[in-house]
Design a protein around this ligand. Structure first.
Ligand SMILES: *[C@@H]1O[C@H](CO)[C@@H](O)[C@H](O)[C@H]1NC(C)=O
Ligand SMILES: *[C@@H]1O[C@H](CO)[C@@H](O)[C@H](O)[C@H]1NC(C)=O
Ligand SMILES: *[C@@H]1O[C@H](CO)[C@@H](O)[C@H](O)[C@H]1NC(C)=O
Ligand SMILES: *[C@@H]1O[C@H](CO)[C@@H](O)[C@H](O)[C@H]1NC(C)=O
Length: 788
């Protein structure tokens, strides 16, 4: 069938000689595998048509093939519809455009490409054509616009049966995703490596085709004399690389849910921009090798990015969309992030300590992409705050969309007036009156491309020119996965913060940098049951309700702990305001450790100076032993906070070199201290856990707790070692202003289920004896404990 196609090769004015870029002109065969797919339809054919238009008089001849799995008779009509829709560049006259389009259509055909024989046929067809027309072959360009799982197989077919004749080049273009993490990227790279040489592979990152992104290095070089003195930690306050999108991922979930925002745009687009901004300038910008080496150097200097350097979010409708598109039941939850803010640091003297923020998300308030370098402003303005010297100093690489709508490079007028030696860029002074990242546009020098070009068209022209610096080499790819993979694994089971989407996100996704860490600015988000539209069990929010007639706060473990810590600080501040002091009783066990860490690391404004810390219970062991609750409390909390030592009240379990002997009077001593210091013996806050057997503090099932009477402190017996304990009694606990019961983990689910059903029976279920007489009881249950 192919053999019968007669190709009319029209070259308008063959000039002969060398083509551009020193390549020997000749015949070029372009094959888009997946040639009727979405990307091909939207960008690729358009890009190749422009390539054709720009090179039609270069001495090269072309033929174009759309390849696909669909048989030719079915695919052809679709294919030609796509080709007919291409547009000419603006500077081409209508008449000439019509002629060029007609030629382009004649040079194009559809070819089914499924089996190895079909690839062989294609190759034979190209060779016959070369022979018939007496052409020499310049090269073959394969654009694989197919899912990544098909790459290795297609590359193998190309290698075994579709390589060009000797002397001609082969270029195979690939689109992300290039793997899922370091390992899978490595596997894919080695599979491809067995069929293609590194120089034959062109991995596209379409961001590198964006005119502003491609201009970053030239801009840095052209303005070197201004930038050299300020492109460093002494002057740069921070770097932000931001890609905000308004769309959601409906319709793409089967792909997206396996990737999420970090793999989708951060590991590639935003990371590439980061390297262009921070890498050492190449001496020779045209040397892809030097550009690559300098990029790799930056990758090797990036400090490890871990859990504390990232926050993640997910738009609220996502879970429902996942359930629909993946055909899952209502209890299926996806924790794939659709928003992330990541903080990177570069371990180089030049950028030491400069925060580099990478942020992207779906369903945000506006569509915009930019990289901004914010400079420190060391000028104090006594008056005339609107004078240019008092304003922020920044350079913005504006990728497009947003309020400006076109790509531009903006330099605050109080920095310097940028130069451009590049005829493809021009300075503009007339523009609509908009504000860009906090400054009216009139406060910037603005440069824009003389002609706006589509990223794919740019990249296609780079591929044709063999410009490898605009593509992702294997080393570059693996270095980038090397940066992201540890973070991806450390957050693999983290729950994203849910956001409503669009303008409603408000301040919810604002982030805050604290030293080398990043967190959401607002610590907890409380969404009530009714706001959650009856899907409460599926949400990750903090949920409020009732449990055993008392208040219930529930969330995934991390947010629950955040919430409890915030509540605790709230109680402390209130108590200190009212009575100048906060009396807190804490119990032992492993459950509160996460809370202690949270308090130690995030609550710097906690009024520790006015806080007294008491023990709810203690094991009868020397305080220096690891089993000691006090030892634990000391190690995980007290040693990290500024609390006066005389405000710390360990239980006197060891007296007269003996442990918990009634005659030594330890429990009475503690009781006396409580009565003396704590107004009405009412602690402001008592934090308790619940054991698998329902015990709380050290009040165990089967013990006759009523015999404690009005005593505040008792010696008790545990069924497990160490058996002897000292504990606050119910009368001490129930006098408190507030009691929190913290229960976490799947292992406690059965207990919680039982507790939800049983009557009060402190002898069997000691925790049911916790009933503050005037105070408030709050259960803090994580979803694992509550829902199993
Ligand atoms: C391509 O295939 C040939 C055999 O057909 C093989 O020798 C070669 O290693 C393959 N890979 C490359 C990169 O040429
Ligand atoms: C810069 O690199 C290009 C590509 O490798 C090379 O052709 C050119 O000669 C180099 N220029 C200089 C001045 O070294
Ligand atoms: C979706 O689920 C329904 C009911 O469980 C089942 O009948 C159907 O085959 C599933 N469809 C897909 C695409 O998995
Ligand atoms: C002690 O508590 C009582 C009753 O709750 C209260 O009226 C009094 O003001 C408190 N005293 C101090 C010093 O806070």
């Amino acid at each position: 069938m192919l053999g019968c196609v007669v190709l009319l090769l029209v070259t308008l004015c063959t000039q002969g000689g060398n083509g551009e870029d020193g390549q020997t002109p000749g015949h070029v065969s372009v094959v888009i595998v997946g040639g009727t797919g979405d990307l091909a339809k939207k960008y690729l054919w358009q890009g190749f048509f422009h390539l054709y238009v720009n090179h039609v008089s270069s001495g090269n001849t072309f033929s174009f093939y759309g390849g696909g799995l669909t048989p030719a008779d079915k695919a052809k009509p679709v294919f030609f519809e796509i080709l007919k829709a291409v547009n000419c560049p603006k500077d081409v006259s209508q008449e000439r455009c019509a002629l060029l389009k007609e030629q382009f259509l004649r040079l194009s055909e559809y070819q089914q490409l499924k089996t190895i024989e079909e690839y062989q046929d294609l190759s034979k067809h190209i060779e016959q054509q070369l022979q018939q027309e007496g052409l020499s072959e310049a090269g073959r360009l394969f654009y694989l616009s197919v899912p990544a799982f098909a790459y290795a197989d297609i590359a193998e077919k190309i290698n075994s049966s579709c390589r060009p004749t000797s002397g001609a080049w082969l270029r195979v273009v690939l689109e992300k995703p290039f793997g899922h993490d370091f390992r899978s990227a490595q596997v894919l790279a080695s599979q491809l490596g067995s069929s293609l040489k590194d120089e034959e592979m062109y991995r596209i990152d379409h961001y590198l085709g964006k005119q502003v992104v491609a201009k970053i290095l030239p801009f840095r070089i052209e303005n070197k004399k201004f930038l050299d003195p300020i492109w460093n930690k002494h002057h740069i306050e921070r770097v932000e690389i931001v890609l905000k999108e308004t769309l959601d991922v409906k319709g793409r979930i089967p792909f997206y849910d396996q990737y999420g925002v970090i793999r989708d745009v951060m590991q590639n687009h935003l990371t590439e921009v980061m390297t262009l901004l921070t890498m050492r300038l190449p001496v020779n910008l045209s040397s892809s090798e030097e550009v690559l080496q300098n990029k790799l150097h930056i990758f090797s200097s990036i400090l490890p990015v871990g859990k504390n350097q990232a926050v993640i979010g997910q738009y609220q409708e996502y879970t429902t969309q996942v359930q629909q598109e993946l055909n899952k039941t209502k209890d299926h939850i996806s924790i794939t992030p659709t928003f992330a803010a990541v903080l990177a640091h570069i371990d180089e003297a030049q950028f030491e300590g400069v925060p580099i923020l990478l942020i992207s998300g779906k369903k945000l308030d506006e569509r915009v992409g930019y990289a901004r370098i914010v400079f420190k402003n060391d000028i104090f303005c006594l008056q005339n705050h609107n004078s240019i010297h008092c304003k922020p100093k920044q350079i913005v690489f504006y990728f497009g969309h947003g309020s400006l709508q076109y790509p531009a490079i903006l330099v605050s007028k109080n920095l310097f007036k940028p130069v451009s030696k590049d005829s493809e860029w021009k300075e503009v002074t007339e523009h609509k009156d908009v504000s860009i990242l906090g400054l009216p546009i009139s406060d910037y020098y603005v440069q824009i491309p003389t002609e706006q070009r589509e990223a794919y068209s740019e990249l296609i022209s780079y591929i044709f020119a063999g410009r490898k610096d605009s593509f992702i080499s294997t080393e570059n790819l693996l270095a980038s996965w090397g940066m992201w993979t540890p973070l991806l694994s450390s957050i693999a089971s983290s729950f994203p913060r849910i956001y409503p989407g669009g303008a409603d996100n408000g301040d919810l996704l604002n982030v805050r940098l604290i030293g080398k860490e990043i967190s959401y600015n607002s610590e907890v988000v409380i969404i009530n049951n009714d706001q959650m539209g009856g899907t409460s069990a599926n949400g990750f929010q903090v949920m409020q309700g009732k449990f055993r007639g008392a208040d219930l706060v529930s969330a995934w473990a991390e947010e629950l702990v955040e919430r409890l810590a915030a509540d605790l600080q709230g109680a402390a501040e209130k108590a200190v305001l009212e009575s100048g002091v906060f009396h807190l009783a804490l119990s032992g066990g492993s459950t509160p450790l996460a809370l202690f860490h949270r308090l130690a690391l995030h609550h710097f404004s906690f009024p520790w100076r006015d806080t007294h810390v008491w023990m709810a219970d203690e094991r009868c062991v020397p305080v220096t032993e690891f089993e000691s609750n006090f030892q634990n409390l000391h190690d995980h909390l007290l040693q990290h906070v500024r609390i006066p030592y005389y405000n710390i009240h360990p239980m006197p379990v060891q007296l007269n070199e003996r442990l918990c002997v009634e005659e030594d009077g330890g429990r009475l001593l503690y009781e006396k201290e409580i009565r003396k210091l704590v107004n009405g013996s009412s602690f402001h806050f008592v934090l308790l856990g619940v054991g698998y057997d329902g015990h709380t503090a050290s009040l165990f099932p089967g013990s006759k707790t009523d015999k404690h009477g009005e005593s505040l402190v008792a010696l008790t017996e545990s069924p497990v070692k160490p058996h002897q304990r000292m504990s606050l009694t119910f009368s001490a606990i129930n006098r408190a202003h507030e009691v929190a019961l913290l229960v976490m983990g799947k292992g406690k689910h059965e207990l919680i289920t039982q507790l939800s059903r049983v009557e009060d029976n402190p002898e069997k279920w000691p925790v049911t004896g916790v009933k503050p007489s005037d105070g408030r009881l709050v259960w803090y249950l994580d979803y694992d404990a509550l829902l199993g």
